[in-house]
Design a protein around this ligand. Structure first.
Ligand code: GDP
Ligand code: MG
Length: 296
């Protein structure tokens, strides 16, 4: 006898840099969300659906909930994360093993207010040395809230992510199918191209201006058997343009090459990229520019 299908939305929530996007990709088995060592890499809400024999889980990756909401971009990112929380059937609170901070307390307070079940995902356990330190730490954290479940895992190594799926699936409502196998994500081609470019830029600009960078794909069209892509990299001050381009254009070339190789693998098709760098003063503070870039 087969069990009824369970379907619903699980929000991945946590402070910046705990590994929410890495976890989304591990859960879905495909790189949907970009990852860098820098906090605040994720700016949008991204849905990735995981299909199990008896459940469909739509994971919602969110920008990290953070404080210091000065720029319009940061306020928009917090709003995006908060809205995802309100819409979810349950929350997966992602934290970093052995590193509980005041920001985690702040996120937990937000989660308490939603009244949704909260599953604690303790990420980056691959880093814990010696392993014996983990259990007492988990015991201490478990006293902070009545978590529906606690799952230690490593998103990076895909360790124990199946246990998280099972913990979630059993708590979702019985429901007819919400998704078909073809619908793994709500994000289309242009978004994934723009995000891949922003990831490579952020990795290149690690000491410099990544927060001031946005990418807009102006065109992505099939031409002579390959995908022709034209994209603009927006910087928010004139002085950042030569930094992004690099001496003799070398940096921009490296970014383009890395993005092209990854997109080639991801999309399974040949592509050609044309990149421009343009200045749009203070786009991250300007509501109209944020809307234009899909960052509401
Ligand atoms: P987010 O800001 O919460 O979305 O975090 P990201 O997914 O962008 O990851 C932030 C950093 O943590 C990146 O450098 C990841 O490679 C790293 N990271 C994520 N998950 C793990 C993990 O399970 N183990 C280790 N060692 N690093 C991880
Ligand atoms: Mg992220």
């Amino acid at each position: 006898m087969s069990e009824a299908l369970r379907c619903g939305f699980a929000a991945l929530v946590g402070r910046p840099n705990v590994g929410k996007s890495t976890l989304l990709n591990a859960l879905v088995g495909e790189k949907l969300s970009i990852v860098t060592p820098r906090p605040q890499t994720t700016r949008h809400r991204i849905i990735g659906v995981c299909f199990l024999p008896d459940a469909q889980i739509a994971f919602v990756d969110t920008p990290g909930l953070h404080r210091g909401e000065k720029r319009a971009l940061n306020r928009a990112m917090n709003r995006t994360a908060a809205a995802a929380l309100e819409e979810a059937d349950l929350c997966v609170f992602v934290v970093e093993a052995l590193h509980w901070t005041a920001e985690d307390d702040h996120v937990l307070k937000r989660l308490e207010r939603t009244g949704r079940p909260v599953i604690l995902a303790i990420n980056k356990v691959d880093r814990v040395r010696p392993r014996e330190r983990l259990l007492p730490w988990i015991a201490e954290i478990s006293r902070r809230f009545a978590f529906a479940d606690i799952v230690p895992l490593s998103a990076l190594k895909s360790d124990n992510v199946e246990a998280l799926k099972r913990a979630i699936a059993q708590r979702l409502p019985e429901s007819p199918a919400l998704f078909t196998e073809g619908e793994r994500t709500d994000r289309g081609l242009e978004f994934r191209i723009a995000e891949t470019l922003r990831e490579k830029l952020t990795l290149e600009l690690n000491q410099e201006v990544p927060y001031g960078v946005a990418v807009e794909v102006e065109r992505a069209a099939e031409e002579e058997g390959r995908l022709e892509i034209a994209a603009v990299i927006w910087v928010d001050r004139a002085g950042q343009k030569p930094i992004v381009i690099g001496p003799k254009g070398e940096r921009l070339k490296r970014v383009g090459r890395a993005a092209r190789l990854e997109l080639n693998r991801l999309l399974g098709r040949r592509l050609h990229l044309t990149l421009w760098v343009k200045v749009r003063e203070n786009w991250a503070d300007n509501a109209r520019d944020l809307r234009h870039l899909g960052l509401e």
